[in-house]
Design a protein around this ligand. Structure first.
Ligand code: ASP
Length: 343
């Protein structure tokens, strides 16, 4: 069986997403959030995919992505199994990656995978496309390379947080921190080609500047960007700042520790330089780059962003298994408490 090319199946590379698909996923996410608030809505969601099973194959550390996918599956009634340590799978007996993935696909209907190596999820998807019973592969983080589902939840958070000001279109978005080794910012830059008149500002220590392949992608797609090490003079023009931590797990000789993080951090002093309606995002986990005192500021949306991750992952699973139409045709008024507005 081969999968028709136009069908939403594997989730591997953010470059393949278009605006229509992004808008649809955001709409599904909002509807799921609304439904989940009422007991009847939550029960309805549970009934959407009880016939499906998912494999969570995470051989690189994860808290949020693992838990949010696991819980997204449970929201939909999908049963899950997991491997979080290759040392307890047959890979230690010498089984190839391809044979391991094919084996998982014998038992489940979707494989969500995170690996320390780049390109592994893409390799698994290519393998699926060659076997008689392919299952979708979802890339939940591939080395320093891509993290497409994080970028989707980031888009959702940006769109909804900036809703009153026309969404992402026309905004100035700062990306700060270890841009060279951060996969979340790479994937987010790829999705930006779907939005009009966006301008990006990269704020990073010189040795952790954004990689050339992303800059070239932005050039090719006509997305203007600038690079700076001066946060204070940049903050007043930003509509959103996406802060990231030093990716010190990739250090070869303690290079993260040599960065003066204070110059790439948000605290009360930086808050005072920001627009009153700008937003602060972070894929988490954070190091010292956002002072916990900032959490209480209404512009800090990273905890909401984290929670949006679960709802966006529900939306992705619904779309993959083509149960989204069922959700989109529902009258949400039937599930909304009196006085509550539909998100
Ligand atoms: N949780 C995100 C990731 O897996 C961000 C980070 O770890 O800094 O890439």
């Amino acid at each position: 069986m081969s999968v028709p090319a136009d069908r939403f199946f594997h989730v591997i590379d953010p470059r393949t997403f278009d605006r229509q698909l992004l808008d649809e996923l955001c709409e599904i996410t909002s509807r799921v959030r609304t439904l989940a608030k009422s007991p009847e809505g939550a029960r309805l969601l549970q009934m959407l995919l009880p016939d499906r099973r998912a494999m969570l194959y995470f051989t690189q550390p994860s808290t949020r992505t693992f838990l949010s996918f696991n819980n997204a599956c449970h929201v939909l009634g999908i049963r899950t199994s997991e491997i979080r340590d290759p040392a307890i799978s047959s890979e230690v007996k010498g089984e190839s990656f391809a044979d391991s993935i094919r084996t998982f696909s014998s038992y489940v209907d979707v494989i969500v995978m995170r690996t320390p190596e780049p390109g592994r999820a893409a390799e698994a998807a290519r393998l699926m496309d060659m076997i008689p019973r392919p299952v979708p592969i979802i890339n939940a983080g591939s080395g320093q390379d891509q993290h497409p589902t994080q970028a989707l939840l980031d888009i959702y958070t940006l769109e909804r947080s900036l809703e009153g000001r026309g969404g992402i279109d026309g905004k100035v978005i700062g990306l700060m921190g270890d841009l060279r080794r951060g996969r979340t910012v790479r994937s987010l830059c790829h999705l930006m080609r779907n939005y009009a008149d966006v301008r990006l500002v990269f704020i990073a220590p010189e040795s952790f500047a954004m990689e050339d392949d992303i800059k070239e992608y932005l050039w090719v797609h006509g997305i203007p960007f600038t690079e700076t090490i001066d946060l204070a003079s940049t903050l007043p023009e930003l509509d959103a700042i996406y802060v990231t931590r030093m990716q010190s797990e990739w250090d070869t000789e303690g290079e993260s520790a040599r960065v003066d993080l204070g110059r790439f951090s948000i605290g009360p002093a930086q808050l005072s330089l920001m627009k009153p309606d700008a937003i602060i995002m972070h894929p988490l986990p954070r190091g010292g780059e956002i002072d916990p005192a900032v959490d209480h500021d209404p512009r800090a949306v990273y905890w909401r962003q984290e929670r949006n991750g679960m709802w966006m992952r529900v939306a992705i699973l619904l779309k993959i298994f083509r149960r989204d139409d069922q959700l989109l045709s529902l009258d949400l008024g039937d599930f909304t408490a009196p006085g509550e507005t539909v998100a």
